[in-house]
Write a new protein. Structure first.
Length: 139
């Protein structure tokens, strides 16, 4: 002891000796990851549910309006709801509507299309690919 009142150095030494040391938990908590995966899953459910709106009579007869309806309903629910699960699903619905509107006006063209541009998925027509139509000679 240093005097009447023990100093920090003495307290730290005493704590080490007696085993009363704070223990830190090392590692990451998976709670945050689980919450994010839940939000992504709910957004996917909202995205799929928005596709089901195309079967409603009014939207089926007016497909140009359907994407705006999905976007509007999704945005309204996402902004007005206090339930975080409903907000995630509504964001997925709004995303579906936004992608539909983008495709409708030619802004978005590559989503949902698999291929390699003008060649498609046929590697036999891509120059420089093994078995392809063209050949590249390197000297």
């Amino acid at each position: 002891m240093c005097g009447v009142k023990p100093c920090r150095k003495c307290n730290a030494k005493k704590a080490r000796i007696s085993g009363v040391k704070k223990r830190r938990k090392m590692g990451r908590s998976t709670k945050g990851l689980g919450n994010q995966l839940t939000n992504v899953g709910l957004a996917a459910i909202g995205f799929i549910a928005a596709d089901q709106l195309n079967k409603v009579g009014f939207i089926q007869s007016n497909p140009a309006i359907g994407n705006f309806v999905k976007l509007g309903i999704g945005a309204y629910l996402a902004m007005s709801s206090r339930n975080p699960m409903l907000v995630s699903a509504a964001q997925g619905m709004a995303l579906n509507g936004a992608i539909g509107v983008g495709k409708q006006y030619g802004v978005v063209s590559g989503i949902g299309q698999i291929g390699l541009g003008r060649y498609g998925a046929n590697s036999a027509t891509i120059p420089g690919v093994a078995g392809g139509g063209g050949s590249i000679i390197v000297r």
